[in-house]
Design a protein around this ligand. Sequence first.
Ligand code: SPQ
Length: 449
Amino acid sequence: MSASVITVETQENVSYKLIIQRPPSGLSLQGRIRVPGDKSISHRALMLGAIAEGETQIQGLLLGEDPRSTASCFRAMGAEISELNTDFVRVKGIGLGNFLEPVDVLNAGNSGTTLRLMLGLLASHPGRFFTVTGDSSLRSRPMSRVVKPLQQMGAQIWGRNGGSLAPLAIQGQALTPIHYHSPIASAQVKSCILLAGLLTEGQTTVTEPALSRDHSERMFRAFGAELSIDPETNGVTVTGPAKLYGQSVIVPGDISSAAFWLVAGAIVPGSDLVIENVGINPTRTGILEALALMGADIQRENEREVAGEPVADLRVRSSRLRGCTIAGDIIPRLIDEIPILAVAAVFAEGTTIIRDAQELRVKESDRIAVMAQQLNNMGANITELPDGMEITGGTSLVGTDVDSHTDHRIAMSLAIAALNATGITTVNRAEAAAISYPNFFESLTGIIK
Ligand code: SPQ
């Protein structure tokens, strides 16, 4: 049945439309799925491998377009990174402070993590000049959140709009350590400053208003950096100059990718799915807590620790969902899952309120506006709030033409919404999914029964 439910129409070999036709008799989702490697951990493994001494081996790397951007930037600065594949990637590090001056502009593509984290390293490399850019989405995303603290450390960075928009030019400098209190809970801000701190003599500290994902901290320690953590202030201190040594990294499956299946399994009647090998680092499990609050039937099986990160298989069975309020400190722990959580809320009884999520407005797209528009086009009842959404659940969705706005998480969220919409839904520019989930639509086809 699945072949007739999903059709892909390629346009000029670049862009494609995903056409989802729900059969009148309905469908369910059954089977086991293995999601690709965690995107945040994949970036960090490539970056730390590149600046470490010796060799790093990475198993389970995400082969999405974002980590490919990271690999190409670090290759341009002298790191030897073998061809990317999921089984095994070898990185021959060049050692901290040894970047070659790249002969061309470093292009981070669509990836905020690549650009923002890399800036900390570039700014602290004395005597080298770098230029960085990205695609049209990334060139419109705010960089001042990392440029300003780096400038407080003495960095020289220039760009449009007072240095807050890429393309950026960086003259590397010996920096001065700071204690930076970030106004936003952001792993990219935290990691950028800590990466700059690796090459800076003394103690560099970052504190944040709520705890953001801690993959950098875990990996810094594993690679040999001296790091201290203060849970009271959500503070991290790194002591520089550091020496990092190549390691073996095993990347767990990405919970942000698993979230699409968790919601799909919860909302499509009669479904029963097991998502294998999912990273359940507590700084990322807000989605599990939010779905539990909504009444989803999700069980953790086979919990274990793999290379310093907690991992489990997640079993989801369909259930009746109810609306809830999601706000406050949980937001940074599920920020990337809010688009798909909005889909769950559409099919829940009652009202779901999402607040304190204004960061969604400056992601790959304005994820509040785009999700509200696209789901409302299908018949949902969503009101935009400045920092979130109010979603009145229980309306039925009707298939129509929707658009990803070239945002991977929007493309996949709309495809899941389409499974419960009557008639035909066409997701335009669905190729965006490959940023973080190259085989998403093949996996979806495989579980439709
Ligand atoms: O890398 P990018 O483009 O910023 O990707 C996103 C995503 O949805 O994949 C955000 F749009 O994830 C970020 C995440 O939102 C990845 C990330 C990280 O690896 O450090 C941290 C989060 O961003 P932030 O701004 O909260 O630090």
